[in-house]
Each structure stands twice: as C-alpha cells, then as structure tokens.
Design a protein around this ligand. Structure first.
Ligand SMILES: Cc1ncc(COP(=O)(O)O)c(C=O)c1O
Length: 395
C-alpha cells in the first residue's frame, strides 16, 4: 500500500528532519547544544499540573468531551482576551478549542477555502502553514519578510494579481523565525488591506506572551474591525510551557470559528476534559509564572547577543518570541554554516532556508537552553575563528 497522492505531495516535515539529524548526532555520544528546536525547556507551572491531577481523578472527565470543548475553557479564553487585551469575545460563538494551534493552522484552509483558491503566506514562515495549503488543495503566494522592513509584509509591494486571487493571509507576530514584532498600526493597516481586497486574516499569536524590552505584544483583535475580517490563534504551549499538552484556541470572526468547529466535529471529539479544565486554570489563574518565563527568555537573549557581539558576530536582538534570527557569516550559505556548527562546534541551529527562500543567509537559534549553555555555545563557535574583522552592531 502506498500513501495517497496528496500525502506524497506534502512538504518534508522540516522540524522532524532536523530533530532526527540532531538525535543521530547525540546518539554518537556527542554533547550537542541544541538550539535548533522550538520546544520550551522548562516545566509547566505547578498549579496547572495540580489542576490536571485533580480533574483527571473525576470520572466525569473520563467521558467524551462535548464536541466543541467544555464551556469553562471557552469562557476562560474569553476572560483571558478581556483581561490581557481588552478584547470582547463571545464564548459561545467566537471561540473554537483546538488541540494546539498547529491543528487550527493546518485544518483552516480545508475549512474555509475551496480547491484551487489562493492563500498568502510569509516567507520565511512556520513550515506547517505549507502543510495546511497542501492538505486543503489550495495554492499559495508568498510575501517576503525582510530585515529592512522589520520583518513585516509590505502590502503595497503585492501585485494586483496576487491581491485579487488571495482569499486568506497568515500572519505571525511575535514572529517565528525572525523574532520580529508588530504594533497596533500594522494590524490596523492589515484590517484595511483585508477589507479592500476581501481577504480573511489569520493571526498566529503563538508567542503572544513573549515581548522584550518592556513592549507587550499586541493582539490582532485589538485593531478596530479585526473581528469582521479574521481570527487569532492562541496556544498554551509557549505561554505556560504546555507544548506536550496540546491545547490552544481560536478567537474572532464567528463565521470562521463556526467553520473550524464544523470541521473539528468531523475530525475530533475535542480534548481530554481534564486537560481542558487545567487549561482553564492556566488562563484564569495567577499569571506571575508567565512574566517569570518571559524574563528568563529575555535574559537568555541578552546573553546570546552580548556573547555574539563579543566574538564579532554582527547580529541583531529579537524583539519577541523565543528565537533569534542570526545572519550567517560572509561566504557561507545557511545550510553550510548550520552543518559546520553541528560538525565542528557541536551546536545545532535551524538553517534559515528551511523556512523559505528569504530565510537564506540566516540561522534560527532557540533561547531554550540555560544562560551557561548559551554562553558555552558561543564559546564553541568562537573557536571556529570565523568572525574576526566583522564589525559588531549595538544591541
Ligand atoms: C509560529 C507557530 N505557530 C504555531 C505553533 C504550534 O503551536 P501548538 O503547540 O499550539 O500547536 C508553533 C510551535 O512551534 C509556532 O512556532
């Protein structure tokens, strides 16, 4: 038996291939500092684990969940948006519970587009967006995210043809992989662009809790009129170190939310109810764990950038997310530099070209190891003697 033609056309799962390569190296007994992946390294806060433990003991939670998730979690998502962003959300019509944002991102083209439609995707971008396009039988155009434009799209640069055929656009700030952030005026411009061209907007807010230098990331739904044109995906994976729990939600435009709920009625029976109760406890509970975690990433970022500058590596500090997007030294492609770091420095990073054509010339470094290991990684890279003579810019 062969996999279907559709599955054979799926792009290679970039992170799976990367993880395999790194674990093969580790199994050789080498001490690899893994900065290549996006897996939060610290545990879920204790009060959330306790909420899971107690709700897991209740036999009521051993049954099927209501198809579209438990009311308590939908209300918690709405309360969270009111408290954090002053955005009003109707828990009954404007929330869809997801088994992680990834599920929503991948199923959405299937839910609201038709075969042959076009969507617009960022380049570089989170690779799973491509999986969604492929599974939904839709085409996509890309828009570049470049440093000179603070890694934001330039809507004016899109051709009339591309604007005409696009039905949906994916955005993501704080951004994976570039670490770029967006402000309210950008989202207002996005709403105007969407209305003018009749394009639905999806904002992937996976790193919503992770803004640096005193700037809290803005929700797309804070822009006036956002709910008329789009939705936002939120996940508990990063905010509460719950990546393995697989829980997130979509909020916003009720027609898009209804389409997500409908496709999910056919694919899933929501999530383990105890996980949903614990997720509600996370969203409603004490948020000091979120600030603590954010501060840890910021401090690791500072160590990374200071150390990189010390060895003469001309890199810029990310403004949010838990990634740094670092220019490779002159004379290397992203892949050559990535391979060199793994082979000669025992440091794993993600090669920028895996995120799209405009990722060439960069590597992505996760802020997901301790400050000591981060320092050690740069010391190992320093020994390669690549950066002498390159001017370092200021943090
Ligand atoms: C940009 C982006 N969106 C979505 C996700 C997936 O999040 P979840 O764990 O909720 O599926 C990730 C995870 O790495 C991500 O980087």
């Amino acid at each position: 038996m062969k996999a279907s033609i559709k599955l054979q056309k799926l792009p290679t799962q970039f992170f799976a291939a990367l993880a395999q390569k790194v674990s093969a190296t580790i199994s050789e007994g080498r001490d690899i500092i893994n900065l290549g992946q996006g897996n939060p390294d610290r545990p879920t806060p204790a009060h959330i684990i306790k909420a899971l433990q107690s709700t897991a003991e209740d036999p009521q939670n051993h049954k099927y969940s209501p198809f579209q998730g438990i009311q308590e979690l939908k209300e918690a998502a709405a309360n969270f948006y009111k408290r954090e962003y002053n955005v009003d959300i109707d828990p009954n019509t404007e929330v869809a519970i997801l088994g992680g944002a990834k599920t929503g991102l991948v199923e959405l083209p299937m839910a609201i587009l038709n075969p042959g439609d076009y969507m617009l995707l960022p380049d570089p971008g989170y690779p799973d967006y491509l999986s969604g396009a492929m599974l939904g039988d839709v085409y996509y155009d890309t828009f570049p995210l470049i440093e000179d434009n603070d890694f934001l799209p330039d809507y004016k640069a899109l051709s009339p043809e591309v604007k005409e055929r696009a039905k949906l656009i994916y955005l993501n700030y704080p951004n994976n992989p570039t670490g770029g952030t967006a402000d309210l005026s950008f989202f207002e411009e996005t709403v105007a662009f969407a209305k003018e061209n009749d394009i639905a907007v999806v904002h992937d807010f996976a790193y919503g809790a992770l803004g640096f230098d005193g700037v809290q990331p803005v929700s797309f739904l804070q822009a006036e009129g956002a709910k008329e044109v789009g939705i936002e995906f939120y996940t508990l994976s990063k905010t509460y170190n719950m990546a393995g729990w697989r829980v997130g939600f979509a909020v916003g435009n009720k027609d898009i939310i209804a389409a997500i709920n409908l496709i999910q009625d056919h694919l899933f029976c929501s999530l383990f109810p105890a996980v949903q109760h614990a997720a509600a406890a996370a969203l409603n509970g004490d948020q000091s764990c979120v600030e603590e975690q954010r501060a840890i990433y910021e401090s690791r970022r500072n160590v990374l950038i200071e150390e990189a500058h010390r060895i003469g590596w001309d890199v810029k500090a990310p403004k949010g997310s838990f990634f740094a997007w670092l220019k490779v030294p002159n004379g290397f492609t992203s892949e050559e530099f990535t391979n060199l770091l793994l082979e000669k420095a025992n440091v794993a990073v993600a090669s920028g070209n895996g995120f799209g054509e405009y990722g060439e010339g960069y590597v992505r470094v996760g802020l997901l190891v301790s400050e000591e290991r981060m320092k050690e990684a740069i010391m190992r890279i320093e020994k390669l003697g690549l950066f002498k003579g390159e001017p370092a810019s200021i943090l």
